[in-house]
Design a protein around this ligand. Structure first.
Ligand SMILES: [Zn+2]
Length: 438
């Protein structure tokens, strides 16, 4: 079957081979797969994920676009990138089973439905080891229908917190490992890159790891044993992500953080006041470029680490992008200078109903709007995109990004009526339309 892809930000599908608005049966986003069954004049009859129908030739393109799916994982981060080369890269996986369910029951169901088929994930990038970013990767790693290339991570492990009954090995003075120095000069020395180094941190017979981290380490160990996993690798400033690098399609990834210090000739992590600030603060910060467009994914940075990154990168301004994922789910712990440096035309906030966090915070939402130079800055929220049907079932709120050689479109699905998809879509940067004028 000839494969084509939708070319328009919102591409119409008709029940008849002509552009007849009343016969429009569906709208698919730019880059959506179209399987051509037959041709009639300028129209093609195509199979799509929704109802099959007719599409105009001029609304199709021969190759893929860049797609990013910001999955509604609740309170957490999880995004799937599909590149124009059809590489699949997960950036975090949220907590729980949202990402797993999305991949198996929706995105790759058509592949998994075929007997003995497997789905290859070319790379996983774990911004940092907090459960709301990597806990949801465990069921995916455990499922033998999935194979994996490289797991990139920030290298900071999680050891158990000391309790009366159970204590971590005494060589780790913190739940992130061994620290040295005082005050501003305090640093975390313990780190790992490969799977072997990870497993060595938990020596035989020891119960050193925090529970979810232990499950993750063992899931990696087992996937490796079964021949389903390539390698683990610490990713830091200046590192490379070949899976997101493709010169043919003008796609590249720059790693802006974590920025490590050097102590007695060895790379170490600056200690940011406590364990939580330190592991969040050293999140992997990725700047993705596609043609003239750029996107920043910065895990759970906080104000101290944002200043650390700005100091390191100086006037180079690599943080300025068109689209940014809001750091730390829209927490109040942000630096205005950093938001100004980003100056995004569109921001995506990934968060959930979690009374303990109350993300996103009002000041964070206000800041990304105020410190953007866009005429109309766009702010998307997985929590706002989420909808509930009349039976009370949660229909998860995905934010879709599609990017071709020229344009970026961001879209969320409207609460669908009948058997068709309705989109709320925006070009980035967004230009005011007639009805916005006073
Ligand atoms: Zn988080």
């Amino acid at each position: 079957m000839l494969e084509l892809f939708a070319a328009k930000p919102e591409t119409p599908i008709y029940s008849v081979p002509k552009r007849d608005g009343r016969k429009k049966i569906n709208t698919v986003l730019m880059g959506t797969w179209l399987g051509v069954e037959k041709t009639q004049g300028s129209f093609l009859h195509v199979r799509t994920a929704g109802p099959d129908g007719w599409v105009h030739k001029n609304d199709t393109r021969p190759d893929r676009v860049l797609k990013v799916f910001f999955i509604d994982v609740g309170q957490g981060d999880g995004a799937l990138i599909e590149t124009p080369e059809n590489k699949r890269v997960l950036i975090d996986g949220g907590p729980g089973r949202h990402t797993y369910n999305y991949l198996t029951k929706w995105q790759y169901q058509y592949l998994l439905n075929q007997a003995n088929s497997t789905v290859h994930i070319d790379a996983i990038i774990i911004s940092h080891y907090d459960a709301d970013h990597y806990g949801g990767l465990i069921p995916i790693l455990e499922d033998r229908r999935f194979t994996f290339g490289t797991i990139y991570h920030n290298g900071i492990a999680r050891f158990r917190t000391n309790t009366k009954k159970k204590k971590r090995p005494t060589r780790y003075d913190q739940d992130l490992g061994t620290t040295t120095g005082r005050g501003k000069n305090r640093v975390l020395k313990t780190q790992f890159s490969s799977l072997t180094e990870l497993l060595a941190l938990e020596q035989t017979g020891e119960d050193a790891f925090q529970g979810i981290f232990r499950r993750f380490a063992h899931a990696c160990r087992d996937a490796k044993k079964e021949g389903r996993l390539g390698k683990l690798k610490l990713l830091k400033q200046g590192g490379a992500v070949p899976e997101l690098t493709d010169s043919t399609h003008a796609l590249s990834a720059e790693v802006l953080g974590p920025v490590l210090n050097v102590n007695s000739g060895k790379p170490v992590f600056k200690w940011f006041s406590n364990s939580s600030h330190t592991r969040n603060g050293h999140s992997i910060v990725l700047r993705l470029s596609h043609h003239s467009q750029s996107m920043l994914l910065g895990g759970d940075l906080n104000s101290a680490s944002e200043r650390h990154l700005l100091d390191h990168h100086g006037g180079a301004q690599p943080f300025h992008v068109d689209i940014a994922k809001s750091c730390h789910h829209g927490s109040s712990d942000f630096s205005i200078a950093f938001i100004q440096a980003i100056d995004a035309a569109a921001t995506i906030i990934s968060s959930g109903d979690n009374e303990g966090h109350s993300h996103p915070r009002a000041d964070a939402v206000g800041a990304v709007a105020k410190y953007s130079n866009a005429v109309l800055p766009l702010i998307f929220s997985t929590e706002l995109a989420r909808s509930v049907n009349s039976e009370g079932d949660i229909l998860f709120g995905m934010i879709n990004l599609r990017s071709d050689e020229q344009d970026v479109v961001l879209a969320q699905m409207k609460e669908a009526g009948a058997n068709r998809d309705l989109w709320d879509s925006y070009m980035v940067p967004f230009q005011p339309t007639k009805h916005h004028k006073a």
